[in-house]
Design a protein around this ligand. Sequence first.
Ligand code: GDP
Length: 316
Amino acid sequence: MDEILEGFERRDQTALARAISLVENQRDGFERVLAHAYARLGKDGARRIGITGPPGAGKSTLTERLIQQFRGGGVRVGVIAVDPSSPFSGGAILGDRIRMQRHTTDSGVFIRSMAARGHVGGLAAAAREAVRLLDAGGRDRCLVETVGVGQSELEVMRTADTTVVVTTPAAGDAVQIIKAGILEIADIFVVNKADLPGAAKVYRDLKDLVRQTKGHAAWQPPVIQTSAQTGNGVDELVEALDRHHDAIATGGELERRRRERLRAEVEAIVVERSADRARRALHERTMEDELAGDLRDVDPYALAERILNPNGQTGR
Ligand code: GDP
């Protein structure tokens, strides 16, 4: 444990990886590691950037481009690649897919994949804690990449300050976005594969969609065409990321998002721990006496209350 914390202090990649594993699996001492991380969070915090979109949209290729850009500016980067549909975690499944091997010798880049299993509090909580560790470990930009637009992806995206939704010229993508309710969380839209036919139409559709639904919002999500393959448009994306960061940082929105995130986190911990305590109480309480006599005398609600509050407070 001390070894992890010391390594963490030196910004050692291995220690960071071990700390994330410890926290992800909630092994003994994970709270100490998190508390340590809390004490070391950057003053302004790392910028947390979420990237989501359907499989094959080019998120990984784009992430690689972003890493190059950030590294070019001397910025330290952490990537958490989340795959809610995969049972594998900590391994190289997504990491490989991201094809960022060329960065593995660069100590300014840390990449980690994370999957559904292995975290009691859920994937979003695991991603959030991993990002916190990256932040505390001195990363200036934390990218959280996730596949698809389902419920767990939306939850994962709530860990980000800025959410980028990636689509492609493939038919129907724009419509799917509305269906999945992802419009609400999108801060920036990217039409990737703009080198393929049909990109201009998706671009126009998304522009219309933003105008119709966010016409009066303080932040109008920009729509940016990129080709992750050629690198076209990536500058523009980086610029949009900066603009969004500035917009939410100056308007107090960043604080609000972070406060809400923390509130949701505390709530989740309270719910999880209460359930744990209830299970422990049930384990100790067999209900043998109550269930020994006439079952018609048993009021299940009253009995449940007595088990939860043996000292008589009703808790309501
Ligand atoms: P992900 O599943 O969203 O992470 O998508 P990937 O980054 O793995 O990309 C899926 C496929 O699309 C790969 O074969 C990429 O080479 C290709 N691809 C990614 N970006 C572009 C692009 O801008 N243009 C074209 N033509 N292909 C791309």
